[in-house]
Design a protein around this ligand. Structure first.
Ligand code: 5GP
Length: 123
């Protein structure tokens, strides 16, 4: 699947539409999800143009992959999620339920999340 430069996260990266930014470095942008499924729901996206987890892990450089995952851990740490605990999630492709075709990892936290997570669990 070719990368769609008009996807919503590409527009956020280019500053064409706003986001509620949590963190940014050379490798990633992290921002609050527009429709949170938990009290803390942050999306971490690489600055590079990767469609999915598959694309990212197959074609990104080692530096990008390390930079990305170190940033995911840092964001969770900076949000004080480590001690109470948190969940990371990636959706890939149709069966994975991926909506936005720019690779991203969700960070969920702020309450006990249970064995699974749905939108209705945000209460
Ligand atoms: P996916 O299903 O692709 O793993 O998740 C995409 C996520 O992006 C969803 O949780 C959705 O709420 C979020 N999202 C979609 N459009 C926007 C947007 O314009 N801004 C922000 N902050 N999040 C968005």
């Amino acid at each position: 699947m070719a990368y769609d430069t008009d996807n919503i996260f590409a527009k956020i990266l280019r500053g064409e539409i706003p986001c509620d930014k949590i963190y940014e470095d050379d490798w990633v942008l992290a921002f609050n999800d527009i429709a949170p499924a938990a009290p803390v729901h942050v999306l971490v996206i690489p600055k590079g143009a990767y469609v999915s987890m598959d694309d990212f892990t197959a074609t990104a450089s080692d530096a990008e992959i390390v930079g990305f995952y170190k940033a995911v851990g840092k964001v969770a740490r900076d949000l004080s999620l480590v001690e109470p605990g948190y969940r990371t999630l990636n959706n890939t492709g149709v069966h994975g339920g991926q909506e936005v075709p720019h690779f991203h990892v969700h960070i969920f936290g702020g309450k006990p999340l249970g064995p699974m997570l749905t939108r209705s669990s945000f209460r």
